[in-house]
Write a protein that binds this ligand. Structure first.
Ligand code: NAD
Length: 332
């Protein structure tokens, strides 16, 4: 893997492209949910037949279905179904985890890092969105166990990016380990943004999603304001999108039905980024803010809205732009 480096202010952005340099041979992938399943598939398909990927999830259906898909593919690394996260990690040089919440990450690493795990200079890459404090604690347990290095690499790009292998990773790792981490991430994504030392990837991810959560609510309120004043929704969106109010929710994921034919709002908020995931990310951002003593007046109010909307029958399990419906946005 060759890596082209561009400096963006203090941030280093890298784009990968294939070449022939050596990779580590044994991988473990733990957590085969919406994201992990697709990421593991990309990883395995791009590795050499002499490489090996051990996979594990507590959900046997995901495990068997992924193993069948991988084995049916004509190329890629050999596949092993492991009986536990610990078994998956035994031979691995690189262990990738993609789990729902901080307690799952802590539990999985506690189960891996027992005294029966052969000592190795391993690389652990955690792609889960969790809080930086938990991530630092888990990194310390890896160091204390003498099992190598733990880095955080939360991602953006959603299931679509995970499937296409176009994810963006926000990496928290010491610079010295980048040459070992990046080639693996480029098998599952297109961009690696090195944000600083361990934990920094998560701080960046949570700050971004904090802003997104609030931009989404602000866009919903502004659209409703204009529409109730008599403006046509598309006319209003066009004004916002060439003016200073422009943001991702106004331009790409507008919360009002009919403004963008392909946005979740135009299909009763189906698909997209689930409101319960946004509630989770905003909660984690508030946890991180408290630890860092950063003020979050808007975030606290916003969290209350996502928390209630995620439970309301006509909003639950829908894209997070459904807050427009939750706050009484005009729908017809
Ligand atoms: P998911 O709930 O679909 O998948 C999580 C998987 O982890 C499940 O298959 C579950 O069975 C497995 N799991 C739970 N406990 C386990 C354990 N102890 N051992 C092994 N496996 C276990 O979640 P997801 O959507 O794939 O997201 C994974 C992470 O990525 C989350 O932290 C999420 O916030 C983050 N993320 C998700 C998206 C998205 O669009 N879905 C986008 C960016 C980041």
């Amino acid at each position: 893997m060759r890596v082209a480096v561009t400096r963006l202010g203090g941030l280093v952005q890298r784009r990968g492209f294939a070449s022939t340099s050596r990779r580590l041979d044994n991988y473990a992938f733990i957590g085969l949910g919406q994201m992990g399943y697709q990421m593991a598939k990309n990883l395995q398909s791009k590795l050499k037949p002499s490489d090996k990927v051990a996979i594990f999830d507590v959900n046997p259906t995901a495990l068997e279905s992924l193993s069948a898909e991988m084995k049916a593919a004509s190329s890629g690394a050999a596949v092993d179904i492991a009986a536990s996260a610990h078994d998956a990690s035994k031979e691995a040089d690189t262990v990738i985890t993609c789990l729902p919440e901080p307690q799952h990450v802590r539990g999985v690493y506690d189960s891996i890092l027992t005294s029966s795990l052969p000592k190795k200079d391993r690389l652990f890459i955690d792609c889960s969105t969790i809080d930086p404090t938990t991530s630092r604690q888990v990194a310390q347990t890896v160091t204390d166990a003498g099992q190598g290095t733990f880095v955080d690499a939360p991602m953006s790009g959603g299931v679509v990016g995970a499937t296409a292998g176009t994810l963006t990773f926000m990496l928290g790792a010491e610079s010295s380990i980048l040459p070992r981490v990046e080639p693996t991430l480029f098998l599952m994504g297109k961009k690696v943004l090195h944000c600083g030392g361990q934990g920094a990837g998560l701080s960046a991810k949570l700050a971004n999603n904090y802003l997104l959560a609030l931009n989404n609510i602000a866009t919903a309120e502004a659209m409703n304001l204009g529409i109730r004043c008599g403006l046509d929704p598309k006319v209003l969106a066009n004004v916002l999108n060439v003016s200073t109010g422009r943001c991702w929710p106004s331009e790409i994921n507008n919360p009002v039905k009919g403004v963008l034919e392909n946005a979740p709002a135009s299909r009763d908020y189906r698909g997209g980024f689930g409101i319960s995931l946004m509630r989770k990310d905003l909660r984690l951002a508030l946890v991180a803010a408290e630890a860092a003593q950063a003020k979050t007046e808007l975030g606290t109010v916003g969290f209350g809205m996502y928390d209630k909307a995620a439970e309301r029958e006509d909003c639950k399990n829908r894209d997070f732009s459904v807050v427009y419906r939750y706050m009484g946005g005009k729908e017809e």
